[in-house]
Design a protein around this ligand. Sequence first.
Ligand code: ZN
Length: 372
Amino acid sequence: MAIKCKRIIKWLEEWAPKSLAMEGDRIGLLLGDPSSDVENVLVTLEITAEVVEEAVGLGVQLIVSHHPLFREPLSYLRFDMYPGNIIGRLIQKGINAYAAHTNLDAAPGGVNDVLARRLGLQDLEVLYPTYQEKSYKVVVFVPQGYEDRVRQAMSEAGAGRIGNYVECSFQTEGTGTFKPLPGAQPFSGEVGKLEKAQEFRLEMVVSGNKLSQVLEAMVSAHPYEEVAYDVYPLWTKSGSIGLGRVGRLKEARPLGVFAEGVKELLGLKAVRVTGDLQRPVSKVALCGGSGMRLLMRAVELGADVYLTGDVRHHEALEAKALGISLIDAGHHATERLIVPVIAEYLEKRSQDAGQKLGVFVSSVNTDPFLYL
Ligand SMILES: [Zn+2]
């Protein structure tokens, strides 16, 4: 049975919530109908006319791209001209178009994390924080014998995650009291009589983006008609989320050697480099795509080299003057590693949900440049 498009969107947004996107970015379902059926998905860095034809040939109902389908507001929609021709063809073939752009740049496990990990960087930090994750403590009172069921439901919805530990909780035993009023259908006790029940006070931490789904799962797993629970905002330090990453190489190596490694990882004929090729590189900052606006952050954090794409002549001169080396590996190459990762993620989510979904990685090379 086909999956509803909105279900796939929900999976994607559990990974890269829309709230992580930069203001004004065109993300989410940009074309189509969330209630339409999807049997096959095509994942690509961007939607070009060739990618649309590939999708038609594969019998795809949803294209998931990193770059948005259109960058500017459209003044007219003509099917004989770009980009209306692409939009028209998608509409004609009933293909939905979804984009996860700056939200996926920032998301843990997204574009920049993938690039940093593939380069072997350690002690990763966010280069430019844009979002401070809020966290909460959820406390719920559960009758004895139901504590494991409620804890498990909350854990599965994302509560109780601390660093590399999951299902973290604390419970204390106590006595709860309540007097059911006429009309109530109490799980235990009688209407009009004070009931004393043996209960557990169950506590778990929850990150802000998981709070509503955890509360929903908690209430549906709880046996009481009215669930007593508290939600407390926490001041404990939680992870910051944002653009770019900075980390350390396991062992320092000369800039030239590091740049060769980048070239090999990204399958490039050439990269552009500024700085002394013999100078050892240990701390690396990076931002996939077009990241020169974060140059000063890379300098402030003491990076030896900044890896990004779309570097302009005067920006390269500025970096040189600031004493930081640059590697411009191109916009496309510094982002394309994410494409198979999105596909793997969707495959896993559909398998976990017991749903059949065909997931294809586009074989169209959408890099507009040729390297001679
Ligand atoms: Zn990009």
